[in-house]
Design a binder for this molecule. Structure first.
Ligand code: C2E
Ligand code: MG
Ligand code: MG
Length: 700
């Protein structure tokens, strides 16, 4: 009871005034609590009072004028189920009072046998027992609410009987109606996914045997009319004093959504989002596994094909990224379809793909696949209503070379791919150790080239360009040389490619242009001519793409005093093809200034006649390979003739490059080629020799 401060409300339902009086007198004896007694003579009054006023305990006489016995008790309890009722009875009614206690009355007292002690104790017990009952009832109600309302299913397994209780939510979670699930534990276990069954059993056993303090296990359950759902089961065993488990209960949570998210995350981490192919991480994993297996099998090896699309950037720039993406997806599809089931194709990034071939018996197996892949990629594609052609450069590496890690073999396939690209696009190359050595050499070259730029270890050579009509020098091509501290003069063929790759070509390019313009201005002063001597300078695509290219060229021209019309910029066909519209626009700006343009190495690149027509070049420099081919069969002469005719038609000048023999010169004259350059006239020479050549007016 709640101590003294809070009064205890007693409702006394008693028709006999004497009895009521007596009880009230006894109650007044209480020292421990304040009792507020409300007395009514009839049941009806009592019920009314119960319904309207707080009451802590009812003292109910069993023989009332308007009701008696069990009926009175039932009626009172109905109105106030949680108010304790103590029955007051006469000696002869004791049987009935006992029945009432069985029905839930807290106690009964036989009138006249009661003293105040007994009465007060009975009241106290009645109240405190009712409090305990209420707490229990509330907790049970709370539990029931939790079971029904929770998102989790509840299960309760009687280990001794093998029966189980499954909450309604447990059943609906699996798609079942209440009456569709019986009370055998097998209702659960028999529906567990075959792959998870053993794991669940093991987790249960571990907990039941006491090896694990908690039972917790994730598994799939095959529900009704739906695919497997992922659940997390948790539980705890109740044990006998001996430690023997007798019962186990717990919850079942639907974690399907979480599992899906996890799977998605895992998928995203290992697969390329665009093509759905494995990404680099997963590929390296497969590769490592395959290498391991092939080491054990010994008889066969694995091969790696490193595929890089040619001019993918070009497609992206000219047709847009959406088309570029479509292309990648389509190529991924082709590659996947083509491969054997055990092989893996992955997208390593950008336009790079890789293929892992398992179980091959020699390099021919791999190169055959490389050829097939190239055919596959060359096949016409229609993207966004346009026909698109593409090709790929492929590097091949074989795992029998004593590789330790998958990264090593990937690196070498990559190196071989670069070789293939350098050899001309649409080729493949098989890696060999000399490539590795050259990669190391390349790295050294790169470091030294950086130093060369810092220390300015370059100088200019010039080679005359001659008019075939009057044998006069009309200009010079500037050709850069590297004065290496150990190796002496190094040819640009040895370092321009590296300079391009590293971007060092940009500072080198500006230096060359400055020198060439200055020197050309000096020649013009030395040997005035009409039109004045010009200088032809090779320009890299990297330089063309510099945002301030125009301003810098203008500045260099102004500083040197060289008229813009005396400068020619040599660019290869590929620069235009690779940079497309942007390059065209830029070059048109120079054209307006009077600067002229030559297409260098004409005939070797991917020319587009439409570019030739749209962008008015001033000169085509016919590649050396055609000129050297003129000595033998007539084939090359025909090509040169065609180029010259084409140039004449388009009103473009021509320079034949690499003239080495009198015979070539004669042929060129016959064909009607107007200008030439080559060792026959002069090798490229330094600045002083260039001046001397001009002053001597050589005779060829
Ligand atoms: P290119 O622009 O086609 O230059 C002509 C190359 O052919 C020069 O080689 C020249 O020495 C060589 N040559 C000239 N006549 C003959 C001949 O009769 N027979 C033979 N076999 N070869 C001849 P070089 O100087 O080694 O330059 C090679 C390439 O390096 C150039 O080819 C050009 O593409 C590039 N290059 C040179 N200087 C520069 C530069 O300053 N900037 C850039 N970006 N590239 C440069
Ligand atoms: Mg050139
Ligand atoms: Mg050339």
């Amino acid at each position: 009871m709640d101590g003294v401060t809070k009064p205890v409300h007693v409702l006394l339902i008693e028709d006999s005034p004497e009895e009521a009086e007596l009880i009230q007198v006894m109650l007044a004896q209480s020292r421990r609590e304040v009792l507020q007694v409300h007395h009514v003579p009839r049941l009806a009054d009592g019920l009314a009072r119960l319904g309207s006023h707080p009451t802590d305990v009812v003292l109910l006489d069993f023989s009332l004028p308007d009701s008696s016995g069990l009926v009175s008790f039932e009626r009172a309890r109905k109105i106030a189920p949680h108010v304790p009722i103590v029955i007051l009875t006469n000696l002869d009614d004791e049987e009935m009072a006992l029945a009432a206690v069985r029905e839930g009355a807290q106690d009964y007292l036989v009138k006249r046998q009661v003293d105040n002690e007994l009465l007060l104790r009975s009241i106290r017990y009645a109240i405190s027992r009712m409090n305990v009952e209420r707490a229990m009832w509330e907790s049970e109600e709370r539990y029931a609410l939790a079971v029904n309302g929770a998102n989790d299913g509840i299960w309760d397994w009687n280990l001794t009987a093998g029966s189980a209780y499954f909450s309604p939510r447990w059943k609906t979670m699996l798609g079942f109606r209440e009456d569709e699930i019986g009370s055998s534990i097998e209702e659960w276990f028999s529906r567990v996914h075959a792959d998870d069954s053993a794991g669940l059993r093991k987790a249960l056993d571990a907990h039941l045997a006491g090896a694990q303090p908690h039972f917790e296990h994730e598994h799939r359950i095959v529900g009704k009319n739906k695919g497997p759902i992922w659940v997390l089961a948790r539980g705890l065993a109740v044990r006998h004093a001996s430690g023997q488990p007798t019962r186990m209960a717990g919850s079942l949570t639907d974690i399907t959504a979480r599992k899906r998210a996890e799977e998605q995350l895992l998928h995203d981490a290992l697969f390329d989002a665009l093509t759905q192919l494995p990404n680099r991480t997963l590929f390296l994993d497969h590769l490592g596994l395959a290498m391991e297996q092939s080491r054990r099998r010994k008889a066969s090896s694995v091969a790696l094909l490193f595929i890089d699309l040619d001019r993918f950037k070009n497609i992206n720039d000219s047709l847009g990224h959406t088309v570029g993406d479509e292309l990648l997806v389509e190529l991924a599809r082709r590659l996947t379809q083509f491969l054997r089931p055990g092989d893996t194709v992955a997208r390593l990034g950008g336009d790079e793909f890789a293929i892992l071939l398992n179980d091959i018996h020699g390099p021919e197996d791999a190169t055959r696949v490389a050829e097939r892949v190239q055919e596959l990629l060359r096949e016409k594609l229609v993207l966004g209503g346009r026909e698109v052609f593409t090709s790929a450069s492929i590097g091949v590496a074989l795992s029998n070379a004593g590789y330790r890690t998958p990264e090593e073999i990937l690196r070498d396939a990559d190196t071989a791919m670069y070789r293939a690209k350098a050899a001309g696009r649409g080729c493949y190359q098989v890696f060999d150790q000399t490539m590795h050595r050259s990669v190391v050499a390349l790295l050294k070259l790169e470091t030294e080239l950086r130093q060369a730029v810092e220390k300015n270890q370059f100088l200019m050579h010039y080679q005359p360009i001659v008019s075939l009509e009057d044998k006069r020098i009309v200009g010079f091509e500037g050709l850069v040389r590297w004065l290496h501290p150990e190796h002496g003069l190094v040819s640009p063929t040895q370092f321009i490619a590296v300079a391009e790759e590293t971007g060092l070509i940009v500072p080198i390019g500006w230096w060359v242009l400055k020198q060439a313009c200055q020197h050309a201005r000096e020649w013009q002063e030395l040997v005035p001519a009409d039109p004045p001597l010009y200088v032809s300078v090779n320009v890299s695509g990297k330089v063309v793409m510099q945002p301030d290219m125009y301003e810098r060229v203008v500045e260099i021209l102004e500083r040197s005093g060289l008229p813009p019309t005396s400068l020619r910029l040599e660019i290869t066909e590929n620069v235009i093809m690779d940079h497309g519209e942007m390059a065209l626009e830029k070059l048109a700006q120079f054209h307006r200034l009077g600067v002229q343009f030559s297409v260098d190495d004409f005939g070797t690149g991917y020319s587009s006649l439409s570019y030739l027509q749209r962008f008015s070049y001033d000169t085509l420099k016919i590649d050396r390979s055609f000129i050297s081919g003129m000595d033998g069969k007539d084939d090359a002469s025909a090509i040169v003739k065609t180029i010259v005719t084409l140039a004449n038609m388009l009103n473009i000048g021509v320079v034949a490059e690499g003239v080495e023999t009198a015979k070539q010169l004669e042929r060129l004259r016959e064909i009607g080629c107007s200008h030439a350059q080559g060792f026959w006239f002069s090798r490229p020479v330094d600045r002083a020799a260039t001046q001397a050549m001009l002053l001597q007016a050589p005779v060829w």
